[in-house]
Design a protein around this ligand. Structure first.
Ligand code: UDP
Ligand code: MG
Length: 327
């Protein structure tokens, strides 16, 4: 793989049934990128579309050497599609965006300017939201608040995929579930420098959104997962052990009081049977938690060892690499 020439910029876009949007997006991307006078590649991921998405992508691939395609075997979801794109991207800076024209390619130079200031991640911030208030903006506001609090990353908009990353950063993030929304939070474990720039939030003109209200539930559980990952994945015993220690010590103290009472103060165990059972219950619970923590320690070792497991399967790729230079 040595002879691969790495372009300055990779643009990663997942498409799931976006036939009406691809050509326009491609046109606007090319317009913007040509002006930058930097080498670039486009990594278009077809996430198992059933419409003409793939055919249109192939036509673009034929006529433009910047266009590369990763076609997935079936619809794996946005996170997996992004992961596939990131894995195949070679640019020094990797930018992800949606393929439905809700992200304006004209915002790319803004992201790049910030990257030049030395940041590892520059996140798009939909400052003026045009999305539905009840179904999108309010849940998103709450989720962003929680995420900001949990991760300590001081940005406003975790949810948008329009972000720029240094290659080393994005290549070290293991995406699964629906975690693409939380890449900056996951990256915060690596001590990276993150900032944001305002981007346009455009109403979807063509095609349909691929999500309904289920997004709220998914995000909710992802928040929990993310918290666990950022704080405890590499030391789960700290988490489970603390809970176990809490329960166990309360149980132990009650048992101790009962024992001292029995031997020195004539306390009747018969009358305190409930308390005795309760203390035994707490102590066993405590031990259970500590054991779970130890098991989780082992599992997390396995997790890190199998870091390379893929969450998508590629059917076919079409790349221009190795044939012609990037320009
Ligand atoms: N997408 C995808 N696979 C999916 C769902 C969505 O690749 O299973 C792509 C979709 O084609 C679009 C981007 O992810 O380019 C964002 O999806 P969408 O516009 O439906 O999400 P929303 O804007 O409603 O958050
Ligand atoms: Mg959209």
């Amino acid at each position: 793989m040595k002879n691969i020439q790495e372009p300055e910029i990779s643009i990663v876009v997942p498409f799931y049934n976006e036939e009406e949007n691809i050509e326009e997006l491609y046109k606007r991307l090319t317009e913007t990128l040509k002006k930058l006078k930097k080498s670039y590649e486009l990594i278009f991921v077809d996430d198992g579309s059933s419409d003409k998405t793939y055919q249109i992508l192939c036509e673009l691939h034929k006529k433009d050497k910047h266009v590369n395609i990763v076609k997935l075997k079936k619809n794996f979801g946005q996170t997996a599609a992004l992961a596939a794109g990131f894995d195949h991207a070679e640019g020094k800076i990797i930018i992800s965006m949606d393929g439905d024209l809700q992200h304006d390619p004209a915002d790319i130079p803004k992201l790049l300017d910030k990257m030049e200031e030395g940041y590892d991640i520059v996140s798009g911030w939909r400052k003026k939201r045009v999305d539905n208030l009840i179904f999108r903006r309010i849940p998103s506001l709450v989720a962003n608040r929680i995420m900001r609090f949990l991760s300590g990353v001081k940005i406003h908009d975790f949810g948008t995929t329009f972000k720029a990353y240094k290659k080393e950063v994005i290549k070290n993030i293991h995406l699964y579930g629906e975690l693409h929304r939380f890449i900056p939070a996951l990256a915060s474990r690596m001590g990276v420098r993150i900032t944001e720039v305002p981007i346009k939030n455009i109403v979807r003109q063509r095609g349909k959104s691929k999500y309904g209200l289920s997004r709220v539930r998914r995000v909710l559980f992802d928040l929990l997962t993310v918290k666990f990952i950022i704080s405890f994945i590499d030391r789960p015993l700290q988490f489970f052990g603390l809970i176990g220690l809490g329960f166990g010590s309360v149980g132990f103290i009650i048992a101790l009081i009962l024992t001292i009472g029995f031997y020195f103060f004539n306390l009747s165990i018969r009358e305190n049977l409930g308390n005795l059972l309760f203390s035994i219950f707490l102590m066993i619970l405590g031990i259970q938690f500590i054991m779970t923590g130890l098991l989780a320690e082992i599992i997390s070792r396995v997790y890190f060892a199998t870091h390379k497991t893929k969450i998508y399967f590629v059917e076919e790729t079409k790349f221009h690499r190795n044939k012609e230079k990037f320009s």
